[in-house]
Design a binder for this molecule. Structure first.
Ligand code: RP5
Length: 181
């Protein structure tokens, strides 16, 4: 669903956002190999007009850089962190332990297995350090959840989300209508 499309004559309202650093969402990943999984989510964020920055901040290979980036994120104007990792997927949880910003974890399917190890690594956090977890490789839902969170404060994002929901509804109903004809 392309929210930038005009659907049935309804045009998505323009989005005007700003923060001190420019980016409102930081997309961080454990490895460059996670990038292809995140492309869909980054595309959604851009369609919503949400400024985003991306970083490789491995919890295992570059723990000091991960700490440094996550600690500095809120001060730079970041409001939501999307963190993707696979296998022993510690990045989202470690990120959540270094910030009070909302962290959305994207479990990445490793080269071996179905990705459930990634899911459990991200989902089973100790009480007090929550990470919102989406489905395996589902960076689209991570981006949409980030948009919902931002929409509470940024009304332009909320309006975009409402347009997105209308478009999604319209697509289903058009297919439903075509089936019953
Ligand atoms: C994790 O290990 C990364 O998030 C990635 O999903 C997985 C494999 O990383 P590479 O060996 O491909 O760099 O840290």
């Amino acid at each position: 669903i392309d929210i930038t499309d005009e659907v049935r004559g309804k045009k998505s309202p323009p989005v005007s956002l700003s923060s001190s650093s420019g980016a409102l969402v930081a997309v961080i990943m454990g490895s460059y190999s996670d990038m292809n999984v995140l492309d869909a989510g980054v595309k959604v964020l851009k369609q919503f007009g949400i400024p985003v920055e991306q970083h490789i901040t491995s919890a295992h290979r570059t723990p000091d850089w991960m700490n440094e980036f996550v600690h500095s994120a809120a001060g730079k104007g970041i409001e939501v962190i999307i963190a993707a990792a696979g296998g022993a997927a510690h990045l989202p949880g470690m990120a959540a332990s270094h910030t009070t910003l909302p962290v959305i974890g994207v479990p990445v399917k490793p080269s071996i297995g179905d990705g459930l190890d990634s899911v459990y690594s991200i989902l089973n956090m100790p009480r007090g350090v929550p990470v919102a977890t989406v489905g395996v490789n589902n960076s689209t839902n991570a981006a949409l959840l980030a948009a919902r969170i931002l929409g509470v404060k940024h009304k332009a994002v909320e309006s975009k989300y409402e347009a997105y929901v209308e478009n999604a509804k319209g697509e289903v109903m058009e297919r439903e209508k075509a089936l019953s004809e």
